[in-house]
Design a protein around this ligand. Structure first.
Ligand code: PMV
Length: 316
């Protein structure tokens, strides 16, 4: 069976504000991946098997399934029709801010293209997946599908069409250690994004001011990352978290993990992604990582992993 994969992602700074045109910084999680496999079958059409969900459906019949839409859009782009099975498997926990929906769709688009002997550019993949992100999220900024398709740390700014979104690699003086702790609370991004939208509609001035505050933190974080001042990056994360709290997308579980990580010596931390559950990230000194990990497990984290945000080769 032919297989292609796609990475997960984290948002380092700027989630939610990015939906409203402010810049955000995101990085790939290359160790945690979604996989898609394609094989021919005798029956007509495309059968999608979502192995983790123990579900299967026909791409032509399941009109409201994002993956079915992705398969139809991808085949239309390839100008192809085929009888095949598309199997999906993912190590990225769903609804936890790590981009699982976009990763699964990216892996599927790549596997389908490979089946027809071709390969999409990262920009083509990002555009295809954005269409399915709309089904998952309602009003996605486009950051998830972009960082996953390029698999590179980048600064993303949403623009209003016909202007293209701005994407640029951000400068990182040196790799840094990041701990990711899962609250275990599944929280669909669509709901968190919808809640922020309602708040913004009710009180636009307050929300715009918070988005501006986050944009300033993103700019300061870019400076700190470019200088390799990771302790400062951590402190800025905690300030970004305070703004997210005011947007009402934090939660008791997030705050509990945050407090435990900070007390154990993390330079700073914040929720990552939609919030109201999902994952909390921490910038830490490598020598402190083990004790912080232990503290997070003790505070009730369902999964804790240490990773490195690296300076890698630009992909565009
Ligand atoms: O929860 P995730 O991993 O899908 O991240 C969403 C990031 C938001 O800024 C909250 C929404 C968006 O579309 O940018």
């Amino acid at each position: 069976m032919l297989e292609r994969t796609a990475c997960g992602k984290i948002i380092l700074f700027g989630e939610h504000a990015v939906v409203y045109g402010r810049p955000a910084l995101a990085a790939p999680l290359s160790q945690i991946r979604a996989r898609a496999r394609v094989a021919a079958r005798a029956t007509k059409g495309v059968l999608i098997r979502a192995l983790d969900l123990q579900r299967e459906f026909e791409a032509d019949a399941a009109t409201d399934e994002p993956l079915a839409a992705l398969a139809r859009l991808t085949l239309a782009k390839l100008n192809a029709s085929a009888n095949l099975v598309l199997e999906i498997e993912s190590a990225i926990p769903p609804a936890s801010g790590l981009g699982s929906g976009a990763a699964v769709a990216t892996a599927a688009a790549r596997a389908l293209a490979a089946y027809f002997g071709t390969e999409f550019t990262p920009a083509e993949t990002a555009a295809l997946v954005y269409e399915t992100e709309k089904l998952y999220h309602g009003t996605p900024s486009g950051i998830d599908n972009t960082v996953i398709a390029y698999e590179q740390a980048l600064c993303f700014t949403r623009k209003t069409p016909p202007q293209p979104n701005m994407i640029a690699p951000f400068r990182l003086a040196r790799p840094f250690t990041l701990i990711i702790a899962d609250t275990g609370v599944a929280s669909p991004t669509k709901l968190a994004v919808g809640a922020v939208r309602r708040g913004w509609l009710e009180n636009p001035a307050r929300y715009e001011a918070l988005f501006d505050e986050i944009a300033v933190l993103v700019a300061q974080a870019q400076d700190a990352l470019a200088r390799g001042e990771i302790d400062k990056v951590g402190a800025l994360m905690t300030r970004n978290q305070r703004a997210l709290e005011q947007l009402d997308v934090s939660s008791r579980e997030i705050e509990t993990l945050l407090k435990a990580g900070l007390r154990a010596g993390a330079w700073g931390g914040k929720l990552s992604g939609g919030g109201r559950g999902g994952n909390v990230i921490f910038a830490v000194a490598p020598r402190d990582a083990a004790q912080i990990e232990r503290a997070l497990w003790d505070a009730g984290a369902r999964r804790v992993q240490t990773t490195e945000v690296t300076r890698d080769r630009p992909n565009f």
